[in-house]
Design a protein around this ligand. Sequence first.
Ligand code: AVI
Length: 322
Amino acid sequence: MTEDRRDISEDERAQIIDGLLAAQAQVAPKYFYDLAGSRLFDVITLLDEYYPTVTERAVLQRYARDIAATFTAAAGRCALLAEPGAGSCEKVRFLLPVLTPAQYLALDVSVDFVALALQSLRRDFPQVRMTAAAADIAQVAQPWPLPDDEGSRLFFYPGSSIGNFTPDEALALTARIHAQCRGQGGLLIGVDLVKDTAVLNAAYNDALGVTAAFNLNLLRHLNRLIGSDFRPQQWEHLAFYDEAAARIEMHLRARETVTVRWPGEDGQASERVFAAGETLHTENSYKYTSEAFEALLANAGFAQIHRWTDAREYFGVFLALA
Ligand code: AVI
């Protein structure tokens, strides 16, 4: 998760502006997570309609011992447990006592946020060496700061954040993780599964309007990042499940004709006019069948795949062994 004030690079700024000017305007979902956005996401995870977090937690709690035993039987004692996008480092608490890795490495864009989370984790698990490091796993050109110690590595990627990448990007990311296992170790990943459309639509259109606030807050964040003049009251939240694409799409829809301006190069203002009803696409959240996700992991190079799920089969936790 990100701190409230973050300077962006010229490249990031150019990417945001290109997205705003595209025929279908779009913004990368990572910009949801300023301080307010991170807090709003935490509230989303407490909502009745948003089943993924609570379901994944229950699966991890119930099967952590099984998962650890399966990993250890195949790869030996875990030398490094690495969690990309670790955030508040909450879910790893289920794994640490049963997996007993020599080292836990929390990777996140906001290293300060994670460092804070590690303070209390260290108190509870003093036998595990813990480190935080900065990494934006969405940046394919950026190497991950992994220690080059010997031994087996387990990458932990819970929360179905993989669903916020396109299937091609998800394949590239899991293949990258496979390569970093160096033939010994694996990936433990949480994935939201395809289910009844009404359940999916409700999860992204909660009755309290928290997801709407989370979506609209992106506009405030953009204003701070690029100096734009979005006015949230001119926009409304839109989220729907597209069955053919197996994804939730989130958009912000202009309630009226909206002109958005931001400072361009040489002090010249640039702008985009949105007609009433036109949208800014803010997020995709892909859902997978178990078979489709297992096929993706196999294509990424993993040799053996295990799966744990809840009774309704709403959420899958997959252990893919290198
Ligand atoms: C973080 N990510 C997995 C969430 C999801 O469900 O795609 C983000 C989210 N967007 C709206 N509600 C939650």
